[in-house]
Ligand binder design. Structure first.
Ligand code: ATP
Length: 459
């Protein structure tokens, strides 16, 4: 392989300013385990193009391979400081952090890389991280922070960018087209929160105030988080995702201050989607603990939602819960989470669309038919379908290992996997049905009854 690179090396001698050639060559050199040569050429190139991301990444990769980890850290962190959306850099960062004995941070870096580019999934690294740092309850804030909650003392001095990094700010690349099905919910979101953001004057002219939040509820794994992220992508807004339990647990004693800072960050980043996962944890906290501290956090949260201290213009507030019935009615007052939408498990066409999305970019046998799999996976959530695809990928990987060559994913592997994955949403509907039948104040849960066929739409 090295001999094949000689013509390229010769060409670069003649045109040392040819950046594309240099970038290509150093990648090839790294691929051929000629890391020392790659290092030399990257450093030469960076003298001329000091912020070139491709050269920085190749240099960091060369350093990593040469066991010069500190140097690799410096380069990769420099790269991420001016290009926070560089998925491959996050991936390398994850490897470096793992090697440095920081598995939780490594996991967060890896999750960040996959959020930016799911195609970078690396099974071996994933497994090592799973063993070294099992998943925590709420991934996203740590994903940007690489695991470190803000310390109370550092809050005041922190620059917005440091805060932003700490709080997991991102610019999602996914859009509504990456969310299978949910057409009615997408339409509601367009109407209720995207259009008011895009055409504020028009809405004002009709006396429609923008603002207020949108609460998504429904069984687990049906894409609430995915949809919130795609909403941000749809309007090219920033996205901040926070688990309420993080605010309550990790920042104990400082929750109000951190909540305020979170909203401030979102306001500074407007347009921004500020997404609260497990928002019911706030309500549960209020009932269970009956502590004044819990109450202050809730009041702070409600004040921020109301825009009592500062306007929330340009901030789209979304929240998700699997247990809306635990939520304090105070949350649903006008201007707060006054729009509440049920996110149901995908129907057959939506399952086909989700499978199509999940299989994108993977090696597939010609026989693959998402529609046929969709027909046999009634009741599965988006997350269940992801489990089906993951299992089929593992089957193909095992077969490829045995064969010693890459093999495509077969329809039969997907169908076998589909038989093994049990619908995870049934239990939720059993509980939800009771609430919808017996505590359905103001028809709040009519959508559940319609979905279950207990009630006719619009009746
Ligand atoms: P939870 O209530 O457990 O937090 P959730 O409703 O927020 O779950 P997500 O975390 O958004 O569900 O979904 C889990 C994964 O399933 C997503 O990361 C995505 O890969 C996949 N998924 C779910 N629904 C869809 C969909 N409609 N289109 C594409 N992918 C989906």
């Amino acid at each position: 392989m090295s001999a094949d690179l000689q013509p390229l090396l010769d060409a670069l001698q003649f045109s040392p300013n040819n950046l594309a050639l240099r970038q290509h060559l150093v990648r090839q050199l790294n691929g051929a385990d000629r890391h020392q040569d790659a290092e030399t050429l990257c450093r030469e190139g960076l003298r001329q193009f000091p912020t070139d991301a491709a050269l920085q990444l190749s240099l960091a990769e060369a350093y990593f391979a040469l066991n010069k980890h500190s140097a690799a850290f410096v380069v990769v962190e420099e790269l991420l400081s001016h290009d926070a959306g560089h998925a491959a850099a996050h991936l390398l960062h994850a490897r470096l952090l793992l090697a440095a004995g920081q598995p939780a941070d490594a996991r967060a870096a890896y999750e960040q890389a996959l959020t930016l580019n799911p195609g970078l999934a690396d099974r071996d690294l994933g497994q090592q991280l799973e063993q070294a740092a099992p998943a925590r309850r709420v991934p996203t804030p740590a994903a940007g922070a690489y695991g470190s909650p803000p310390t109370p003392d550092s809050d005041d001095e922190a620059e917005p960018s440091a805060q932003a990094r700490l709080l997991g700010l991102e610019k999602p690349k996914i859009r509504f087209a990456d969310v299978g099905g949910m057409e009615a919910v997408k339409e509601e979101i367009r109407l209720k929160i995207i259009h008011p953001l895009q055409f504020p004057d028009l809405y004002k002219a009709y006396g429609k105030a923008s603002g207020g939040g949108l609460l998504l509820y429904g069984p687990p794994g049906c894409g609430k988080t995915h949809l919130a992220r795609a909403t941000a992508g749809e309007v090219q807004a920033s996205f901040i995702s926070v688990g309420i339990s993080d605010i309550l647990d990790m920042w104990l004693g400082n929750s109000e201050k951190n909540l305020h800072q979170l909203f401030e960050l979102a306001r500074a980043q407007a347009p921004c989607v500020l997404f609260f996962d497990e928002v019911d944890a706030l309500a549960a906290n209020r009932h269970d603990l009956r502590q004044s501290a819990g109450r202050t956090v809730i009041n702070q949260f409600l004040d921020e939602l109301d825009g009592a201290t500062r306007s929330n213009e340009g901030v789209l507030i979304m929240a998700a819960t699997n247990t809306p019935w635990q939520l304090d009615p105070a949350f649903r007052r006008p201007g707060r989470f006054d729009r509440i939408l049920l996110v149901t498990p995908p129907d057959e066409p939506a399952r086909a669309a989700i499978l199509d999305i999940l299989l994108r970019g993977k090696p597939l046998a010609a026989s693959i038919s998402p529609a046929a799999i969709a027909a046999r996976t009634a009741g599965l959530s988006g997350a269940d379908l992801k489990a089906v695809v993951d299992m089929a990928v593992e089957t193909s990987l095992r077969a490829a290992m045995r064969a010693g060559r890459p093999l495509p994913i077969e329809q039969s592997s997907l169908l076998d996997a589909a038989k093994q994955v049990k619908p995870s949403t049934k239990e939720w509907f059993a509980t939800a049905r009771n609430y919808a039948l017996y505590s359905n104040e103001g028809g709040l849960y009519d959508d559940i009854l319609v979905y279950l066929g207990v009630k006719k739409p619009g009746s």
